[in-house]
Design a binder for this molecule. Structure first.
Ligand code: GLV
Ligand code: MN
Ligand code: MN
Length: 408
């Protein structure tokens, strides 16, 4: 059995949490920014201290390899992401990377050398909030996204991923290509309310929702806010508001697990006394059932069209990104359940509504995830919190499961 060092784990968590910390106890560490560079540097230093061979690939994913006793065996891959949402939380992604780091340190402390190598990874741009393709590093690694497409993505200021990588010195030279992986395991916070509500300390993730991201641009005509009668207007804002409230009502009509979100919204020209001629917003729709996601996308198109015809405007809707739902490997889930049973930990099996890099790796290798509870289910904000004892319980199970997988 492997035992993690709770104190060291906490110290790492606190020290990484200072990089890009916000005043209100959150993290603002957008991918490929200066803060991301500093946390990457800390991570690389920690890997080097463990004596690991460190590689940075062309999309900036950072890998560290600890050899096993069998030099020909396929590795177990562990890790998550260190980028955050704007004014996001300290646990999303970071907890998984640090649980993986603590796992390697615990194995080292105890002189445990499983037969399989273990590779730790920090994926680039998991969040997708700066460059609008979430799971970017893992998608290129798994073959789901072309490297050139990924490098050419731009942020809101027109900076490409290519330039952002080189600006922080993480435009590595290692090719981005999958290698044979025996098993992949990612630890994450639940980001929903169920573990806490049901009094469970651990979630064993059955799979991840499918999702689609869209961007709608509504075009009307700008005009004076006073003399222009309501019935002659072509108001892009009014059409967008109408569409957004319909999009918000959609999930109820589709399935119990469907969700829809308009997370970005802007209008132009943006003057108090001018009827807006342009409105632009994003849509995120999700469900565990891909058919529901497809239907939601169709209905989003229809609702936008109807709203436009009610307000004499027109719209263009662009598909930004899409990923199908995934089911994780039953054998790794069995390993996780065995570890939880041996430790007497109350767990539940659950799907994930949040996207994870593990989804991408599941396309090329047996993969599973485990969740720590989120207080009040709050996440993607500065209040995101997980009780430290729950982090320790989950990370302890993670370390032991990694040990068992690496000994197979
Ligand atoms: C990433 O956190 C997502 O679920 O969109
Ligand atoms: Mn995450
Ligand atoms: Mn996230």
């Amino acid at each position: 059995m492997v035992t993690i060092d709770e104190e060291r784990f906490r110290e790492s968590f606190e020290s990484y949490s200072r990089i890009g910390a916000t005043e209100n106890g959150g993290l603002h560490r957008l991918t490929l920014t200066e803060a991301d560079k500093r946390v990457r540097d800390a991570f690389v230093e920690d890997l080097a201290e463990l004596g690991l061979e460190v590689r940075v690939d062309r999309i900036g994913n950072i890998f560290g390899r600890r050899e096993g006793t069998d030099l020909d065996a396929d590795p177990v891959l562990i890790g998550s992401h260190l980028d955050s949402q704007p004014y996001g939380g300290r646990f999303d992604g970071q907890l998984g990377v640090l649980a993986a780091l603590e796992t390697l340190r615990a194995l080292e402390d105890e002189g445990v050398e499983p037969n399989r190598p273990i590779e730790i990874v920090n994926w680039t741009n998991e969040e997708g909030s700066r460059f609008p393709n979430a799971l970017l590093g893992s998608s290129v690694f798994s073959g789901g996204t072309e490297l050139e497409t990924a490098l050419s993505l731009t942020d809101g200021e027109g900076t490409t991923v290519r330039d952002a990588l080189s600006a922080i010195g993480y435009d590595g030279d290692h090719p981005v290509e999958p290698f044979d992986i025996h098993a992949h395991l990612e630890l994450h916070i639940e980001q929903g309310p169920y573990l806490e509500e049901h009094g469970n300390s651990l979630g064993i993730v059955e799979g991840v929702y499918g999702m689609s991201w869209l961007r709608a641009t509504i075009t009307g005509e700008s005009d004076h806010a006073g003399p222009t009668p309501m019935h002659t207007r072509s108001d892009a804002m009014a059409a967008a508001a109408d569409a957004v409230s319909e999009i918000n009502r959609l999930p109820n009509r589709l399935s119990a697990d469907a969700v829809s979100t308009v997370g970005e919204f802007s209008i132009a020209p943006g003057s108090i006394n001018v009827v807006p001629d342009t409105a632009e917003f994003t849509v995120d729709v999700r469900s565990y059932d891909d058919a529901v996601v497809a239907e939601a996308v169709e209905r989003v198109h229809e609702e936008i069209e109807h709203a436009c015809s009610r307000h004499a405007t027109s719209a263009e809707v662009e598909a930004l990104w899409n990923i199908e739902s995934t089911a994780f490997d039953p054998e790794i889930r069995d390993v996780l359940e065995g570890v939880a049973d041996d430790r007497g930990i109350a767990y539940e099996r659950m799907p994930s509504g949040a996207a994870h890099d593990a989804t991408r790796i599941n396309e090329i290798a047996p993969t599973a995830m485990l969740f720590a509870p989120s207080v009040d289910g709050r996440t993607h904000n500065e209040d995101e919190f997980t009780e430290w004892e729950d982090c320790v319980v989950t990370a302890g199970c993670y370390a032991e499961a990694v040990h068992q997988l690496a000994s197979e």
